[in-house]
Design a protein around this ligand. Structure first.
Ligand code: ATP
Ligand code: MN
Length: 479
């Protein structure tokens, strides 16, 4: 008999019909007459209740139905007497597909801390929380592609191994096949990279943008969605060493078009989650409230679904970096010395504490900051007339801080070369990038959305290690 997924069965109302389900046992409880087994196969947050008439089965078989064991069950769908579910399966045949020794199984039918679950990331998919996160993550990936496909953007695979170290977004991981214990040296005793796999030093990419720009300047609108790597030793709850980034790049878009797209995109993703993941979001909302119940009222997050709706219903506030600095300078925490990094006028690189102050305390809405000082932004951003600021835009979200970073790009060859010289970026290595400005250059813009930052926002989780299946962080590459 063909297997039906539990989520589909729970939606079904074919009472009296026989079905086969397969999955993993979450719990078994009951008495001498009847046992209730909660079965989950990952298709949804809700378990299927299997009713086991103890007179119909061998005790030896029932003893093997332990938390974590895998079962195949054939039985009849019936209306449930219990209030927790509408329907349940009355078991006719039970087959143990995989035993699970309860003495040794690390996951007990109780609440485990997120820290502990990170240590058993190979098993945490089997918890309600990670089941929900996995499904929401999938839905968000799908929604990203749907959004851009509907808009006529082309998906581009940009290289993961890069030969340029000019991407400028931070420290990189080197890729090499050289024997580190026995490095080839040239006459000057420098490492001889001509002997390396690619004949030159290579790294893992920190961004697909530069190659994305090449495609946009022919295809008009493209996006990348790939893994990016940063070898920064920033052990925070918002940074991973390996994370996924979505980077649209659009010819003929100025900074305003870019901001409009970013806002529309984020709202689309959030709406998609509300439309397609409500069961999981309700679970995650309750989880968050439980987690915070010991906190003071003022420190509690707003309810997850309310928070998501709030973003949909409000326009993002748009203001310049200079205006933001004035607000921050005059803010209470700055005057009282409460910021870890005090605001030191124009030129201060904003930290997440400042970003969150603007969003959570001052405006109480998502904020897009524009026109940052050129010194604290990348070389490829378009210089403003004032010669001191660039056409950058960062989208700031509650709880997260920066969720998107983007800009209008410098399309003028001379100005771009000048910026590269000022920032010590070797022109020779970037000849291909500069060529786009020599041959049919046009105004264009783009941005990068950190996929796991989006996931933090949508799920209400607070640590980025908990929204990616296998986190990579400094000193941690298990699984
Ligand atoms: P931050 O200042 O928060 O470290 P950034 O300015 O270095 O970020 P960008 O280079 O602008 O980040 O990258 C674009 C987007 O990628 C960011 O807006 C953020 O959403 C995400 N991002 C950046 N670094 C990380 C990281 N280490 N882990 C997860 N997401 C990241
Ligand atoms: Mn940024």
């Amino acid at each position: 008999m063909q297997r039906i997924k539990i989520a589909d069965l729970l939606r079904s109302n074919e009472i009296g019909k026989t079905f086969t389900v397969k999955g993993w046992v979450r719990t078994r409880r009951g008495n001498k007459q009847v046992n209730f087994v909660a079965l989950n196969d990952g298709s949804g947050i809700n378990n299927l209740q299997i009713v086991v008439d103890m007179n119909q089965f061998d005790e030896s078989l029932i003893r093997r139905i332990t938390t974590g064991a895998a079962l195949s069950v054939e039985g009849e769908l019936q209306e449930s007497q219990g209030s927790a579910q509408k329907v349940e399966i009355l078991a006719k045949k039970i087959e143990i597909l995989g035993d699970c020794d309860p003495e040794k199984y690390p996951l007990q039918p109780k609440k485990h801390s997120l820290e502990f679950l990170r240590e058993i990331a190979h098993l945490r998919f089997r918890t309600n929380t990670f089941g929900a996160i996995t499904r929401v993550r999938h839905a968000m990936i799908f929604a990203v592609h749907e959004f851009f496909n509907k808009k006529g953007f082309y998906n581009i695979h940009t290289p993961i191994i890069t030969g340029s170290d000019a991407e400028g977004a931070g420290e990189m991981f080197q890729v090499t096949t050289l024997d580190l214990d026995n490095l080839p040296r040239d006459e000057k005793d420098k490492i001889d990279y001509s002997k390396d796999f690619f004949g030159k030093p290579t790294n893992l990419t920190v961004s697909g943008q530069l190659e994305g720009e090449l495609a946009a300047l022919a295809m008009s609108e493209i996006y990348t969605f790939g893994p990016t790597f940063r070898a920064e030793n920033s052990n925070t709850s918002r940074h991973l060493s390996e994370f996924w980034m979505i980077e649209p790049e659009m010819a003929f878009y100025d900074l305003n078009d870019n901001m409009d797209l970013a806002e529309e995109f984020l709202k689309y993703l959030i709406q998609y989650a509300l439309d397609h993941c409500m069961d999981d979001l309700l679970f995650l909302s309750k989880r968050q409230q439980d987690e915070e119940k010991n906190k003071k009222e003022a420190d509690r997050s707003i309810e997850l679904i309310e928070k998501l709706r709030f973003v949909l219903e409000n326009s993002f506030v748009r203001l310049t970096y200079s205006e933001a600095i004035k607000i921050l300078e005059n803010s209470k925490p700055n005057k009282k010395g409460k910021f870890q990094y005090p605001i030191q006028g124009f030129g201060t690189d904003l930290q997440s504490e400042h970003e969150r102050y603007l969003v959570e305390k001052h405006f109480k809405k998502p904020v897009i900051l524009t026109d940052y000082p050129k010194e604290i932004k990348a070389f490829y951003m378009k210089l403003n007339e004032d010669n001191s600021t660039v056409r950058a835009m960062d989208v700031l979200f509650p709880q997260i801080g920066e969720i998107i970073g983007g800009s209008q790009r410098e399309e003028d060859y001379e100005k771009l070369v000048k910026r590269m010289q000022e920032m010590n970026i070797p022109e020779e290595e970037m000849w291909w990038f500069l060529d786009t400005r020599r041959f049919g250059s046009v105004p264009h813009s783009g941005f990068g959305l950190g996929f796991e930052r989006l996931m933090l926002f949508v799920t209400g989780m607070t640590n980025i290690r908990d929204v990616i299946p296998f986190p990579r962080t400094p000193k941690n590459a298990e699984f």
